[in-house]
Unconditional design. Structure first.
Length: 248
């Protein structure tokens, strides 16, 4: 039987054996060892002598095949279970394992080739998502701070301011309404806190020019605490709180 084989396509003797089994369309569990050995030796004889490292592997398998062929001609030995031992069993197990890894390798290669045809869009997030900040842990941020303490300081400043306004406006018949914007007070508080030095909550409220400005400034402080932009630290020695930028 003529057999034309290109040796460079085989990765080893097991690869060549699988090729011959598939080419002859025989059952891997019932290998016609005489036929496969004959064809295998024919292929190995075509290998060039300079490929000694590869050739040695093929020659070892050739010897294995000849040994199996010889053992099959002898009377078969029985196993302890009373079954006849098949000389091809070990070779079949090796072939099955090799074929399994070969199929896995082909699947991996196919996935790799498929991934080369995939293109991924650059990372893009909507502005709303990029601007999102995780919720602030108010319990941690306001550790040692209670709204009652803040309210008490604010009420004290309001009472002093009310007494001051009564004196200043006692000779006037009409008091004009002031326009105080929460946005302006937010910017004011952030600018103050970003300056070097100690920033007193009590002093911040005292800088307000009117009752309305005191209230709006107080609301601005609470809002900045809520958004996590500033934090308060209790100063028990001065019955006050210190404002600082929240670095967390």
């Amino acid at each position: 039987m003529e057999l034309s084989v290109k040796l460079d396509q085989f990765e080893g003797p097991l690869d060549l054996l699988l090729h011959l089994i598939e080419k002859n369309k025989v059952n891997i569990y019932d290998i016609p060892i005489a036929l496969i050995t004959e064809q295998y030796l024919e292929v190995v004889s075509q290998m060039r002598a300079e490929r000694m490292e590869s050739l040695s592997e093929f020659l070892v398998m050739a010897a294995t095949l000849l040994d199996i062929k010889a053992r099959m001609l002898l009377p078969k030995e029985e196993t302890p279970e009373g079954e006849e031992e098949d000389p091809r069993a070990e070779l079949v197990a090796r072939l099955l394992e090799y074929r399994r890894y070969k199929l896995l390798s082909a699947d991996m290669r196919e996935l790799e080739e498929g991934s080369e045809r995939l293109y991924y869009r650059e990372r893009f997030l909507p502005r709303e998502v990029e601007k999102y900040k995780p919720p602030v842990d108010l319990d941690q941020l306001l550790a040692g701070v209670t709204i009652e303490k803040l309210q008490a300081i604010c009420d004290e400043i309001l009472r002093r301011n009310a007494a001051k306004e009564d004196v200043e406006h006692s000779h006037f018949g009409e008091i004009e309404r002031e326009a105080v914007q929460i946005g302006d007070r937010l910017d004011f508080v952030k600018r103050r806190v970003q300056r070097p030095g100690r920033h007193s909550f009590r002093s911040l409220l005292r800088r307000a020019a009117s009752r309305l400005e005191i209230v709006v400034t107080f609301m601005a402080v609470l809002e900045l605490i809520k958004t996590g932009e500033i934090r308060l630290t209790e100063d028990s020695t001065r019955d006050d709180f210190t404002l600082e930028v929240n670095a967390a």
